[in-house]
Design a protein. Structure first.
Length: 244
């Protein structure tokens, strides 16, 4: 599929996986709305480094986030073709420590990962349906498929996004395709201090390493470029799910 001239929003693209997806899409001729909530200067720098990109500062939890970022895409480019829901948050809590996983923490994680994503999808629906080949790509997690992940609230939020992907793929077809990449461990600033987890992953996963952001961006591009894929959750885990 020729992506030249298309327009994408990539939430949480000042760093890690989102940045790699923004770079990969730009290399295919896509104009990208880069976003972050705290790292404003880094987000601006990423946008400045990408041809045709623009930066939007805000949290997916902000009340008007969805309408404002979609409006920016429409005002600047006149269209929106691809929505990548990548922004996410977690807390590291042992799965056996139920007392530490308070309702407040559940709300904090669901506010970003699930409700923020849902609000943006609602705000983007009309623009995505207006053009040919609108699509949504959700960055979920192996934690939403298997009994793993940084905490139960996080894993459950990603399971919700996996199911949301399938529900929306069915309900928005044929106008809008909806897919997800569900990575295992990826080397990003998020996991920079997780050496024990990385070493354990390298020992257990059949492909003997964690993923790079390029691995994830390449998978995102495969889903985006294939016009016959919808409702697909691409489990990108180096074979780890074969082991658990
Ligand atoms: N790394 C892994 O092993 C792994 C595995 C599976 C899935 N994932 C998923 O991949 C996604 C990206 O993670 P990453 O590892 O690339 O992390 P990262 O390097 O820390 O990047 C996270 C990005 O999201 C932004 N962000 C966080 N909260 C936001 C909010 N409320 N609104 C808008 N932007 C927000 C961050 O910028 P600000 O903080 O400035 O807002 C940053 O740009 C997450 O959804 C994560 O769950 C990661």
């Amino acid at each position: 599929m020729d992506l030249t001239g298309k327009v994408a929003i990539v939430t949480g693209s000042s760093s890690g996986i989102g940045q790699a997806i923004a770079e990969t899409l730009t290399a295919r001729g896509v104009r990208v709305v880069v976003n972050s909530s705290k790292s404003k200067e880094k987000g601006k720098a990423v946008a400045d480094s990408l041809e045709g990109a623009v930066y939007f500062h805000g949290s997916v939890t902000d009340d008007n986030f969805g309408t404002d970022i979609v409006q920016l895409a429409i005002e600047k480019y006149g269209r929106l073709d691809i929505l990548v829901n990548n922004a996410g948050t977690t807390r590291v809590i042992a799965h056996s420590d139920l007392q530490a996983a308070t309702t407040e923490i559940w709300r904090e994680i669901f506010d970003v990962n699930v409700f923020g994503t849902w609000s943006l999808i609602r705000a983007a629906q009309e623009a995505l349906e207006a053009g040919p080949g609108g699509q949504i790509l959700n960055i979920t997690s192996l934690a939403g498929i298997r009994q793993t992940g940084s905490s139960i609230p996080y894993a459950t939020s990603k399971a919700a996004l996996n199911h949301l992907t399938k529900l929306l793929a069915a309900s928005l077809a044929p106008k809008v395709r909806v897919n997800a990449v569900a990575p295992g461990l990826v080397d990003t600033p998020w996991t920079k201090d997780w050496d024990d987890v990385r070493n354990a992953y390298s020992k257990t996963a059949p492909l003997q390493r964690s993923a790079t952001t390029k691995d994830v961006a390449d998978s995102a591009l495969q889903l985006i470029e294939n016009p016959y894929l919808t409702g697909t959750i691409l489990c990108l885990d180096g074979g780890m799910s074969l082991k658990r």
